[in-house]
Design a protein around this ligand. Structure first.
Ligand code: PLP
Length: 388
């Protein structure tokens, strides 16, 4: 098989699995237990916290472990909204966020919060002026993702963080798709809250973390015990936390060289597709992007049909976000970039990862060229139906 959907999820790194295994079979004590057997698990959780903090460039006490990127986003948005409700009720985000943020904002709107969904340019980038214009006296939070999951386009989070700081507003960034892909410590962006997820970086599914800058108080999502400084009740997923920390450390170790390698492969992919398939567009091409992601629109073809056709050949790509699979609506990200619903529906996402090789790229380009040609042939037959 050729797997080119690394933005949906990644395989567990065998080194991560090895690090996790003892905490499922040997050191399975409860980290909150008072005896030494439980303490082994507590030590592992705290070592993992220190490792994540080192990778992100913050203090261990600023990391809270969660069950996934979605929970981290929820904790950041709902946590700030509830904690600061008396100071204001306006939140600023963008039209291209992941549903973990968008649907949380919608839920907050139903509770009486006001949310501004900022537009992006045709390159997929939100403009700083738009962020600045949207701010009000009652704005309590700005949430702008670091890298978009469909296009890979990077947002100007450093500048937004600086603006937010100047105006005394908290800034959250969803870094689920940039963690380990950009060779910077995420806290150097200046964000106050940063979400990450384990399964996008060759770590275990069902793991995540939220960086919460010291001094910020959040309302927790759950009621329960005092775990994670009372910010995330529930017995810790010790093996998962150990796995997440190893995965992040490994990703950061190779981030620079892997970024260079993937950039070359993506250039090869995009050049190959451009040479072999007429009437295409690469979305967000002119903007800075994470090096592994390519969003491509094909005229007169349905993206879903391309995905299904390639599936039959053992090549796995997607039409966009894995969370929207089965959703007949065109991508909200591509619509926000100005694509028509038809163009958006004729789009696919190819995301590369550490097992991707040149021969995978070449085989995919060849398969895509044949598939699109065949599908366009069928669709041109349909197009011969006379207009009424
Ligand atoms: N945010 C972004 C940008 C994502 O791409 C994803 C997953 O695709 C998430 C959040 C949700 O992460 P998780 O699957 O860990 O809940």
């Amino acid at each position: 098989m050729i797997y080119l959907d690394y933005n949906a999820t990644t395989p567990l790194d065998s080194r991560v699995f090895e690090a996790m295994a003892p905490f499922m079979t040997q050191h399975w004590g409860n980290p909150s237990s008072p005896y030494s057997f439980g303490n082994q698990a507590r030590i592992a959780v705290e070592k993992a916290r220190a490792r994540v903090a080192e990778c992100m460039g913050c203090k261990p006490s600023e990391i809270v472990f969660t069950s996934c990127g979605t929970e981290s986003d929820n904790l950041a948005l709902r946590g700030v909204a509830q904690a600061l409700a008396r100071c204001g009720n306006h939140i600023v985000t963008t039209a291209i966020e992941h549903h973990a943020v968008l649907n949380t904002c919608k839920a907050l709107e139903a509770q009486g919060f006001q949310v501004t969904y900022l537009p992006v340019g045709s390159d997929g980038v939100v403009r700083l002026e738009e962020v600045e214009k949207s701010l009000r006296a009652n704005t309590i939070l700005i949430s702008v993702m670091h890298a978009n999951n469909e296009t890979g386009v990077l947002q100007p989070v450093q500048q937004i963080a600086a603006l937010a700081k100047k105006r005394g507003i908290l800034f959250h960034t969803d870094a689920v798709q940039s963690a380990g892909k950009v060779p910077i410590s995420l806290c150097s962006t200046g964000a106050d809250l940063i979400s990450i997820s384990g399964h996008k970086i060759y770590g275990p599914k069902g793991t995540g973390a939220l960086f919460i800058r010291q001094g910020i108080s959040l309302q927790p999502l759950f009621t329960g015990g005092p775990h994670e400084r009372s910010l995330r009740a529930g017995t810790e997923n010790v093996a998962g936390i150990v796995g997440l920390s190893h995965a992040l450390a490994l990703a950061m170790e190779s981030a620079e060289s892997e970024a260079r390698r993937l950039q070359k492969l993506r250039d090869r992919l995009e050049a190959g597709i451009r040479a072999a398939v007429p009437r295409i567009r690469i979305n967000g091409e002119s903007a800075p992007r994470v090096p592994n992601t390519s969003s491509i629109s094909f005229e007169s073809v349905d993206g879903e049909s391309i995905v299904l056709s390639l599936d039959l050949r053992g090549i796995y790509i997607s039409t966009g976000s894995a969370c929207s699979t089965g959703d007949p609506e065109p991508s909200h990200v591509l619509l926000a970039m100005g694509l028509s619903p038809k163009e958006a529906q004729g789009s696919i996402r190819i995301s590369l990862g550490k097992h991707t090789r040149e021969e995978d790229i070449d085989a995919t380009v060849e398969a895509l060229a044949e598939t699109v040609k065949r599908l366009r042939g069928i669709s041109s037959i349909e197009n011969t139906v006379p207009a009424r």
